[in-house]
Design a protein around this ligand. Structure first.
Ligand code: SF4
Length: 363
């Protein structure tokens, strides 16, 4: 059983949805600008409706950084996002993760100790100051600090292109973690030849890369992936095109290269939201991203047909799905018992440097 569900008092677990909505609204009215509820695009629709802002991890990090009046930030997303909000806000601002069991399996694929080990190995072969770390937002605060300390920056799928440019303007090589697909797709877009993109797999001796190949590499990728976005296959695109040659396909860059290559458009969650919003009435679009967002867009844009790309899979992020109205209501009514995310000061400083570099380059 999910631990948060286990600790939520019965009063919340069994509460009627309308009652929870009224109570959340009452806390919002009471706290006014002192409260900010941030909801990620992949959250349940009823949670998004209770939020003050909805966005992707880049957009929400920026909002948190620019909301000095918010003494309480209730984050409806996953753990690394709430950590980023805590890093970017002032000490008097308290960040809570509405459901403390909501993590990101991709972030878990890059344990800090393994990344340090790989970094030391790479450094020992390539020498100092040749390679710079770029950490995807989906990492722990420790790794964000490691990135800041070693001259690198954080990126999201919104600004991976700009992060590559920033890094290549300063260093010869990039060490990108944890999402191999975003890294590979961005390297390709940037024009890095395929043979100069290598995959560092800590399960293999020497990361599974010949020393010579490592010396010639421009981009060193970590062996992580998102289990939601890698569900999409090129065959899903072929099937849609067979059924409707006029269909537009838009996918997230965490999808595998073969899917990205076949799509009409590729971009971050915010890009996908905008793409669907701006498509002319009558458009038919199949979307390769998380299911909750696709459903929300499908019911919002009734003048268009918006479908999920994979008919035979269920691309739900079960971690995002964990947060319920009961979690949010509990967090707002019981801040002293809710899960406050506190990043230790010694980690915060370097992590903040890496995040601020990301905010400086923009989208
Ligand atoms: S959608 Fe993928 S990357 Fe995003 S939180 Fe879920 S598992 Fe992590």
């Amino acid at each position: 059983m999910c631990p948060q569900f286990a600790v939520l008092p019965d009063e919340y677990r069994t509460a009627d949805e309308n009652d929870l909505i009224k109570r959340i609204q009452a806390r919002k009215a009471e706290l006014g600008k002192k409260l900010l509820i941030l909801t990620h695009h992949y959250q349940r629709v009823e949670v998004v409706q209770m939020g003050d802002k909805v966005g992707d991890s880049y957009g929400l990090a920026k909002i948190a950084a620019n909301s000095p009046d918010a003494e309480t930030i209730a984050y409806c997303g996953v753990h690394f996002m709430a950590e980023a909000a805590d890093i970017l806000t002032a000490p008097n601002q308290k960040v809570y993760l509405a459901n403390p069991t909501a993590g990101c399996p991709m972030a878990d694929m890059a344990p800090a100790s393994k990344v340090y080990e790989a970094w030391n190995h790479i450094d020992s072969i390539l020498g100092k100051n040749k390679v710079v770390p770029i950490s995807y937002m989906n990492t722990t605060a420790d790794l964000k600090a490691f990135t800041g300390k070693n001259g690198g920056l954080i990126c999201t799928s919104s600004n991976a292109d700009a992060a590559f440019k920033w890094a290549f303007d300063r260093f010869e090589k990039l060490f990108f973690f944890p999402d191999q697909h975003l890294g590979r797709n961005t390297a390709k877009k940037y024009g890095v030849p395929k043979k100069q993109v290598v995959l560092y797999d800590t399960r293999k001796p020497g990361g599974g890369i010949e020393e010579n190949a490592l010396k010639k590499a421009k981009v060193i990728l970590w062996h992580g992936h998102c289990y939601v976005h890698t569900k999409f296959k090129p065959e899903h695109i072929d099937l849609w095109r067979e059924k409707n040659p006029k269909i537009k396909i838009v996918v997230h860059p965490e999808c595998i290269e073969e899917v990205v290559d076949k799509a009409d458009a590729v971009g971050s969650t915010s890009f996908i939201v905008k793409y669907c919003e701006e498509a002319p009435p009558g458009s038919v679009i199949a979307v390769g991203t998380e299911l909750n967002l696709i459903h929300r867009m499908a019911v919002t844009h009734t003048d268009k047909k918006i479908y999920e790309l994979a008919g035979d899979t269920c691309p739900v992020c079960s971690n995002m799905f964990r947060t319920t109205l009961a979690d949010l209501c509990f967090t707002l009514e019981n801040p002293e018992k809710a899960t406050r995310i506190i990043v230790p000061d010694e980690i915060k400083k370097d992590a903040r440097t890496a995040l601020e570099r990301m905010l400086e380059i923009g989208r």
